[in-house]
Design a protein around this ligand. Structure first.
Ligand code: SAH
Length: 350
């Protein structure tokens, strides 16, 4: 019989499980506390449960975690990149960024990705599978345990498309922000999507207070199709309407991510088109100097072009920031550490 992934159960579900195995409901609260507050990795740590109950749990449930196999630390800003191994041998990456306002962890939502964005390293090997709720949570738990420092912000901007792993993602948000768990404020959680419109609308209806970030990257459907295959499925109009709907339903300002690719989407004309596209929307634009990956020949826009692009937007009173590059000296961009680890292990096998 397959064991149940206990860390992916919310408190209500855990209560129901305890009832079915003839235990008192308060046991559910105790176990939930061990898993999501004390961040236990084994049933043996759960010292306020009887030995008999711990045995019963071991027979029917498993605690799914992630195991660090490599950690890189930036000498510049102490950003840390973690490579984690999963129960099935797959590897994923997560990043810890230390800011003045607190520690922020960027997690992966899938093993690989099928969205095919041209500049992104995560998508090169395609999609392996979606992560379980427990695997998403465990990236944060493992980093908090390892550093002994509280994580206050979470961004779902690592490998994978969270809207392509919707149910596990939504459950992850609920458990992560639950007052009986780590209780991270929903306002400190940001999810980034390439723009899967029906899921964005569904997320709006969940009425979370999390920030939605849309990977925009281009200002016309034609240009967006060059960078992002998802643009063949949903037009810019549909995507922007979904962002509007998100704002209507949640009152949360949407972030547009715009990776500046030298000579591709960084001209004055692009800036003007971007201004007309977002005019009147309650939004924030995050300009990301593209992080070149060796498999593609995209280059970063030069500094002057980036500053000029930003100034143009600011003149029209659009909220805009340039994303600070963290961990430049380590395999910083999405999917690069995992990719280089896979390349290295493949070389060793030859
Ligand atoms: N699938 C989601 C989240 C993962 S990527 C999404 O598409 O939004 C997080 C952000 O990093 C996205 O905006 C993505 O387009 C961007 N990104 C990926 N690779 C990049 C690179 N090499 N340089 C700059 N931005 C990149």
């Amino acid at each position: 019989m397959e064991k149940t992934d206990i860390k992916s159960l919310n408190l209500e579900e855990l209560n129901a499980e305890m009832l079915t195995i003839g235990e008192k409901p308060f046991r559910a609260k105790q176990i939930y506390d061990w898993l999501h507050v004390k961040l236990a990795d084994s049933f043996d740590e759960m010292s306020n449960l009887s030995a008999a109950l711990r045995e019963t749990l071991k027979n029917s449930y498993e605690i799914i975690g992630v195991k660090p196999v490599e950690v890189q630390t930036s000498a510049i800003d102490k950003t840390q990149k973690y490579l984690f191994q999963l129960y099935d041998g797959n590897v994923i990456e997560s990043v810890l960024m230390r800011y003045k306002h607190g520690n922020s962890v960027c997690i992966s939502s899938q093993v690989g990705c099928k969205m095919g964005c041209r500049f992104c390293a995560s998508t090169i090997g395609g999609l392996e599978r979606g992560l379980t709720t427990s695997e998403m949570l465990s990236q944060i738990y493992a980093i908090q345990k390892e550093t002994g420092e509280r994580v206050s912000n979470v961004v779902i901007m690592g490998t994978g498309e969270p809207m392509d792993n919707y149910d596990n993602f939504v459950k992850f948000v609920k458990i992560l922000t639950d007052q009986n768990g780590l209780h991270i404020s929903q306002r400190n959680v940001t999810v980034s999507t390439c723009g899967i419109v029906p899921r964005m609308r569904q997320l709006a209806d969940e009425k979370f207070q999390i920030t939605l970030a849309l990977s925009l990257h281009a200002t016309t459907d034609e240009k967006r199709k060059v960078l992002m295959p998802i643009a063949y499925q949903y037009s810019l109009k549909e995507v922007i309407d979904a962002c509007d709907y998100y704002f209507e339903q949640t009152g949360r300002r949407v972030t547009f991510e715009y990776s500046l690719v030298g000579g591709v989407n960084d001209t004055d004309e692009d800036a003007s088109e971007l201004i007309s596209l977002v005019k009147g929307l309650n939004c924030h634009i995050n300009l990301i100097p593209v992080n070149p990956i060796k498999e593609r020949d995209f280059v970063q826009s030069n500094k002057k072009v980036i500053d000029n692009f930003k100034n143009k937007l600011e003149k029209c009173r659009i909220n805009v920031t340039i994303r600070r590059e963290m961990g430049r000296d380590i395999d910083g961009a999405c999917g690069q550490l995992r990719k280089s680890y896979q390349d290295r292990t493949a070389e060793r096998k030859l």
